[in-house]
Design a protein around this ligand. Structure first.
Ligand code: 5GP
Length: 193
């Protein structure tokens, strides 16, 4: 997605060896017009797939996921990272190691929001080593639902996430694929959409 790549080049900051900071439009402050377009691109890609739910993980997955869900006309569900006393029954959980926070947390979705007839599109802001997406796939499978595809806004292709997910039979569609960081600059590979 050309507009996304241009925005990354303009406003993204490379931190250390493998982190991209995009807090001015995606992970902290949100540019709704860019998110709306991201939602439209994902929706166009998956319109024929019979998607019934979009699933993401809080917090930074929510913005692209909600616009994708709106464009597809289906509900969006986000997995919660903290235990919540209002979630009392039928909780589906998975352990997820956070790449940026370097802690493992239990993420959860109330089972009543997913059923075996659901065809789910997983959306996340970044794909690094694939742990967040893998956890979401585990939860969706616990519900007996199927994962149609995994839509990623920014994939860092030099990390192992895509391989982990594809080895598990998942289809991964990324709007921007970063091949490497070179002298603090982003080098893109060919994106999927
Ligand atoms: P994974 O689980 O694939 O290793 O990492 C994906 C998760 O870690 C995403 O949900 C995202 O929140 C965070 N993440 C991974 N890499 C980056 C990065 O380079 N920048 C930012 N801002 N978040 C990242």
């Amino acid at each position: 997605m050309k507009k996304l790549e241009e925005r990354i080049l303009h406003d993204g900051n490379v931190l250390g060896e493998n982190i991209l900071k995009v807090d001015s439009f995606l992970t902290h402050q949100v540019d709704f017009s860019l998110m709306k377009e991201i939602g439209r691109v994902f929706a166009d890609r998956f319109r024929e797939s019979g998607i019934t739910k979009v699933v993401t993980i809080e917090a930074s997955g929510i913005a692209p996921a909600v616009y994708t869900a709106e464009a597809l006309g289906v509900p969006m569900i986000f997995a919660k990272k903290a235990k919540n006393i209002t979630m009392t029954e039928g909780i589906l959980t998975a352990e997820v190691y956070s790449f940026t926070k370097q802690v493992t947390s239990t993420v959860s979705i109330a089972g009543k929001f997913l059923s075996p007839s659901d065809k789910v599109l997983v959306i996340d802001d970044f794909l690094a080593n694939g742990q967040a997406a893998k956890g979401l796939v585990e939860i969706i499978r616990q519900a007996g639902a199927s994962v149609e595809a995994i839509g990623i806004v920014i994939e860092k292709s030099f990390q192992s996430g895509r391989k982990l997910l594809e080895d598990d039979g998942q289809r991964v569609v990324s709007l921007a694929r970063i091949e490497k960081f070179e002298n603090g600059k982003v080098v893109f590979g060919k994106a999927d959409a």
